[in-house]
Design a protein around this ligand. Structure first.
Ligand SMILES: Cc1ncc(C[n+]2csc(CCOP(=O)(O)OP(=O)(O)O)c2C)c(N)n1
Length: 551
């Protein structure tokens, strides 16, 4: 059974031609032609999620893992606007999210018809392309080319696109077959190749004794990992990575905040790179941003096949190639004798010792719980992290390098981490473990209103009764309005788990945590949640003293 409407048929046919095989549908009437068509298509897996914000983050999680476009479909009106947080995340994280909204035809907009808003171009600031289709049989060619362009862009440029599809009533008429449509061939618009003077770059590289490679958010990539290992042989090169870089090595600095925080101005000046090479997405560490914005390198080269970002306000070259294509041109060069790498690694060694010493003596707290939780996660699980202090705590530890790690760092929102993690879990055959703070968890609690959560999905909530981060960052505590930042509460996840049929347990001490976690990852009929309660005042003290102890 397919929709009788040709425009709906065209949209469905276009999606299949661009190999979209997963469509997340939220309920409504205006989108009935798309709902009927997608759900009956043999090559498309459809899933139903009521809350559009959750649906979009869920789809984002799937697309994050498959790196292929995933579509979301909703009805007209405010439903569509609930996609926006995930669209912004997809925009800044380069995730191909295909947003399809049903709409009324133009003559019914702004004349007092119900459930109607101005949908065309509504995401214009954070979308790669908006295809405003027209409900007119004579516009088939135009609609086809808009669809082809939109889907081509989502696929090649890896980001969100919006297809707005107006339907007049009747909405529920069906036919037996889906027509075949020939979409025009769209070649990806030629990306302007930057004119890099490779010889000049090589000259700079070879004459510099202080070179830093800083990796932002990155998919696990063995080729890249291998390349970076080769750079480590050069004593003038130091590699800085983050938990979300998915790069691991003894010779990289992987806890940047831990390393930089105790450094004096003099040391920072000494460790300032002459050449900075960056690639990957967003950088989590605030300290490295502050450091490199203040102690700017003479040369900053950013390598990215899709887009350039000038995070440190000193970008000198944008190299629009894949890192794995460009980096071999540098790695093949002769090594430069220098003590630069050694200086960084000596600092790292000191911090690692201090870190272990400190952890062995601290009371139960977020930091201590994190240590226990991270070592408990089974090898090769996928680790999804929420924002706020969760991602920052993770940066202080050596995370098991068999775990691919992900976090919504595009816009660092707390509004869709659980939904994203569930989407990612659906797309991943290995177990997915999600660690979240309490506000992030309760904010996105509708994420659990989802019939597809794999039974091996695990959630660990670090419940410090509010936004713990606001006790650490400078500012909130100096005001008389801390409650408006931290938003303290007494909620627990127990009843939510009951409602959504998740196996719930909790821990409030190190011994309870050790006990509960011992069989937390074992097979179960339902997904499990472990809620770890910590004391916010202890957390604050422990983390502040941690950084002082490192000095
Ligand atoms: C959608 C959204 N609203 C507000 C914020 C601002 N914000 C950043 S962290 C945070 C608190 C998060 O608290 P929780 O999830 O409990 O984590 P904790 O800081 O305790 O680790 C808030 C409100 C945000 N990042 N995203």
């Amino acid at each position: 059974m397919y929709p009788k409407k040709e425009l709906a048929q065209l949209v469905i046919s276009a999606c299949t031609q661009y190999h979209i095989d997963t469509v997340v549908i939220s309920p409504g009437s205006r989108n009935a032609p798309l709902t009927v068509g997608f759900s009956n298509h043999p090559n498309i897996k459809t899933m139903s999620i009521v809350d559009e914000r959750c649906a979009a983050f869920f789809a984002l999680g799937i697309a994050q893992q498959t790196q292929k476009p995933v579509a979301v479909v909703c009805t007209s009106g405010s439903a569509l606007l609930n996609y926006y947080p995930a669209i912004a995340e997809a925009f800044y994280s380069n995730i191909p999210l295909v947003v399809i909204s049903a709409d009324r035809p133009k003559h019914l907009i702004d004349i007092g018809d119900g459930q109607t808003i101005r949908q065309e171009n509504v995401f214009k600031n954070h979308i790669l392309f908006s295809a405003n289709l027209i409900d007119d049989a004579t516009k088939l060619a135009l609609n086809s080319s808009l669809l082809a362009e939109a889907l081509q862009i989502a696929t090649s440029k890896k980001g969100p696109i919006h297809i707005n599809v107006p339907f007049d009533e009747p909405l529920y008429e069906t036919v037996e077959d889906l027509k075949a449509f020939n979409l025009p061939i769209v070649t990806s618009s030629a990306v302007q190749k930057s004119q890099v003077n490779l010889e000049a770059l090589i000259r700079i590289w070879k004459s510099s004794a202080k070179k830093m490679i800083l990796v932002g958010t990155n998919y696990p990539d063995t080729k890249l990992q291998e390349l970076l290992h080769q750079f480590e042989k050069d004593s003038s090169v130091i590699i800085l990575t983050e938990t979300t870089s998915n790069i691991a090595s003894e010779k990289t600095i992987n806890s940047i905040d831990q390393l930089i925080f105790p450094l004096t101005e003099k040391q920072l000046e000494e460790l300032k790179p002459e050449v900075l090479v960056t690639f990957g997405g967003m950088i989590v560490s605030k300290k490295i941003k502050q450091f490199l914005r203040k102690q700017q390198p003479n040369h900053h080269w950013h390598i990215d096949a899709l887009k350039s970002i000038n995070t440190f306000h000193c970008l000198s070259e944008y190299i629009n190639e894949c890192p794995t294509t460009f980096l071999p041109k540098l790695v093949a060069l002769s090594l430069v004798e220098s003590d630069y790498q050694q200086k960084w690694l000596l600092e790292k060694e000191k911090r690692v010792g201090k870190h272990q010493e400190y952890l062995s003596q601290v009371p139960f707290s977020d930091l201590k719980a994190f240590e226990q939780v991270l070592v408990s996660i089974p090898d090769t699980s996928q680790l999804q992290l929420a924002n706020s202090s969760i991602i920052r705590y993770a940066q202080l530890f050596d995370v098991n390098d068999t775990l691919p790690v992900f976090c919504n760092r595009g816009t660092s929102g707390i509004d869709g981490s659980t939904s994203t993690a569930i989407g990612a879990a659906v797309a991943e055959k290995n177990q997915t473990v999600f660690i979240t703070g309490d506000l992030s968890f309760f904010y996105d609690s509708n994420a659990l209103w989802n019939a597809y959560i794999p039974s091996n999905f695990r959630i660990i909530i670090i419940n410090n009764s509010g936004g713990g981060i606001f006790r650490f960052i400078p500012g909130p505590k100096s005001t008389n309005a801390l409650d408006y930042f931290e938003t303290p509460h007494q909620l627990t996840a127990a009843n939510l788990c009951k409602m959504h049929q998740l196996v719930y347990s909790s821990a409030s001490s190190i011994s309870e945590l050790k006990e509960r976690i011992s069989d937390f990852y074992s097979d179960s009929e339902h997904p499990k949640v472990l809620e770890v309660f910590t004391d916010k005042e202890v957390n604050e003290k422990v983390l502040k003293e941690y950084f002082n102890f490192l000095k």
